[in-house]
Design a binder for this molecule. Structure first.
Ligand SMILES: [Zn+2]
Ligand SMILES: [Zn+2]
Length: 313
């Protein structure tokens, strides 16, 4: 699988995003995915097959008669954790309050903590979207190369517990929306430029932009410079998606490297080198690693009502 395919396989597809997030909660079995996510067999089976083919999951047989396999994250799948941390942090800040988020413990210092996004190259513990630079032409090129559609839009009647994700998944579960956010984030802010960069039909772009404005991700502002022009500006809620996008990009580069190197380079203004995306412990300031942190999930209160039983994660 090529880098341009891989970059929007999980972010960019709501079903895949939910499945991978669910697996980070410890879910492994088909029936558990099904019960917790409420997907149809057609959607769930095809996505799991693709994620295995992509190398995110491997199947491990757990029963011989009848033969049954479970889906375990591979090294590549588990390495998606920095993106998961980004989503978790975003939800802490912007998500619904109707449910309890998992807590994170930094095992090295023993404290319950939050994460700050920074540059592992120079050990700067906080890097915001103002602290990074990308070559806009290069990045717009990259966005344009992202295949617009891999899946037919899948819909299903969600399990009740899917509300867990309802704030972030409209933003990250659709390829066009992710691409639009990415373009706006690098400063492509006019309708015509966005349309050209994304190679998207004007009605489709309008629809996505309206949605992003309604969700408080973008602001539509009028700039007077010889005429009246609308510009789309990122609001804080949108800017806070940056670590997720950058971590996803880095993950893609690690596992699906492209001949000739990554298409888009993200420079950390602070050290003038390529940004090495990293998460740091908000309590002790040390860099977090997959094995030095743990998420503790609250008991899923909704699943009992949905009748899906109490499989422990
Ligand atoms: Zn740096
Ligand atoms: Zn710590």
């Amino acid at each position: 699988m090529g880098a341009t395919q891989a970059v929007l396989m999980i972010l960019g597809d709501r079903a895949n995003l939910l499945i991978v997030r669910e697996s980070f909660r410890g879910t492994r079995r088909y029936q558990e995915f099904k019960a917790r996510l409420g997907m149809s067999d057609a959607v769930l089976a095809s996505r799991l097959r693709d994620l295995v083919e992509m190398g995110v999951f491997r199947t491990v047989q757990y029963s011989q008669r009848p033969p049954r396999s479970e889906y375990r994250l591979t090294e590549c799948g588990a390495d998606f954790w920095p993106v998961a941390v980004g989503i978790w942090m975003w939800e802490r800040c912007w998500g619904h309050r109707a449910y309890r988020l998992p807590t994170m413990t930094h095992l090295a210092c023993g404290q319950q903590t939050a994460a700050t996004f920074g540059c592992g190259g120079c050990a700067t513990t906080t890097v915001t979207s103002r602290g990074i630079e990308v070559d806009v032409a290069e990045a717009a090129d990259y966005v344009a190369q992202v295949p617009s559609r891999r899946y037919r839009r899948a819909s299903w009647r969600s399990a009740e517990s899917i509300d867990l994700y309802s704030e972030i998944d409209p933003l990250l579960g659709d390829r066009w929306t992710v691409a639009t956010v990415a373009a706006a984030m690098i400063g492509v802010d006019r309708f015509a430029d966005l349309q050209r960069a994304l190679d998207i039909s004007p009605p489709l772009l309008s629809k996505r932009l309206v949605e992003l404005v309604n969700r408080g991700v973008l602001d539509k502002v009028i700039v007077v410079d010889g005429g009246h022009h609308h510009r789309y500006r990122m609001r804080p809620k949108g800017l806070d998606l940056m670590p997720i996008m950058v971590a996803n990009q880095a993950w893609t580069n690690r596992w699906f490297p492209r001949d000739g190197g990554p298409l888009v380079k993200i420079i950390h203004s602070g050290c003038r080198h390529e940004l090495v995306p990293a998460w740091f412990c908000a309590e002790c300031g040390k860099e977090l690693g997959r094995s030095t942190m743990s998420f503790d999930f609250p008991t899923p209160a909704l699943s009992s009502r949905a009748g899906s039983g109490s499989h422990s994660a």
